[in-house]
Design a protein around this ligand. Structure first.
Ligand SMILES: NC(=O)c1ccc[n+]([C@@H]2O[C@H](COP(=O)([O-])OP(=O)(O)OC[C@H]3O[C@@H](n4cnc5c(N)ncnc54)[C@H](OP(=O)(O)O)[C@@H]3O)[C@@H](O)[C@H]2O)c1
Length: 252
């Protein structure tokens, strides 16, 4: 049976991916992973005509990876689509931050994405693809979101390098790099009106559009997708200019 796996599916962009994937008749099931089981159950019941399987796990815990490996070994599905989406950020100076939150961010955004990809890859075949949810934060450092932008720089580099390795197997990896989206990400990060001039002024990306378009681009073999012209130009600017010149603009 062909399946899709979506991490961080209980809200925001992850839930949008599930809604889009529910329209894909080629998929027998969608496995959805996050901590809030009630949200996953509600999402599953709202996706009529598609079997959405809640897999409630905290991906910062090692045991979540062994549980996923066991489920894959037992059910031996073909994973047509993997969406590595679970992630969070925090706003504020690193030297005033809660260390546990910063290391948890590395565990989720970096370690879990790496572990889930490694666990799932043996079940992906020619034509399968993964989308790694990155961010415009990957393009240049963002002071006041120092650990977050560093985790997303990892996701960007990991995605490009793995895509190169997997070309011979016909498996594609796409890094999607959205700008701000009005999801639970913002309150979770402690971002509210007035707390960051950058977040107050940047244009917003639509989670439903980001999900829909990135799925199409990943299926077509694209490696990076940055929604909106504004952020495409920012990506170019961050490539051309030294980061010391970009950081006064990219500071959050
Ligand atoms: N919103 C933005 O401005 C923005 C911009 C660029 C990139 N992104 C990226 O987009 C992705 C999705 O974020 P979003 O905007 O949709 O925010 P969101 O609504 O807060 O979604 C985050 C998801 O991650 C899950 N998650 C958090 N901690 C987890 C854990 N320990 N184990 C398993 N799942 C966990 C959450 O579910 P539970 O709480 O139920 O576990 C939730 O489903 C993230 O990777 C984020 O970095 C967001």
């Amino acid at each position: 049976m062909k399946i899709a796996i979506v991490t961080g599916a209980s809200s925001g962009l992850g839930a949008e991916y599930v809604r889009c994937l529910a329209e894909d008749s080629d998929l027998g099931q969608i496995w959805v992973i996050a901590r809030r089981a009630d949200r996953l159950e509600a999402l599953a019941s709202s996706c009529k005509g598609k079997t959405v399987v809640p897999v409630p796990q905290d991906l910062t815990l090692e045991e979540s990876f062994s549980a996923l490996r066991r489920k894959l070994e037992e059910e031996k599905p073909e994973v047509k689509v993997l969406i590595n989406n679970a992630g969070f950020g925090t706003l504020g100076d690193f030297d005033a931050s809660d260390l546990a939150a910063q290391t948890r961010m590395v565990d989720l955004n970096v370690r879990a994405l790496t572990a889930v990809t490694r666990a799932v890859l043996p079940y992906m075949k020619k034509g399968s693809y993964a989308i790694n949810v990155c961010s415009i934060a990957a393009f240049a450092p963002n002071p006041r979101m120092t650990v977050y932008c560093s985790t997303k720089a990892y996701v960007y580099s990991f995605s490009k390098s793995l895509r190169y390795e997997l070309k011979k197997k016909g498996i594609n990896i796409l890094a999607v790099c959205p700008g701000p989206m009005d999801t639970e990400f913002l309150p979770v990060a402690g971002i509210e009106k007035g707390s960051s001039h950058t977040f107050d002024t940047l244009p917003r990306c639509s989670p439903s559009q980001v999900a829909k378009i990135s799925l199409k681009k990943a299926a077509k073999g694209r490696g990076v997708y940055t929604p909106r012209l504004f952020f495409k130009l920012y990506r170019l600017l961050a490539k051309l200019l030294p980061h010391s010149l970009v950081m006064p603009l990219s500071k959050t």
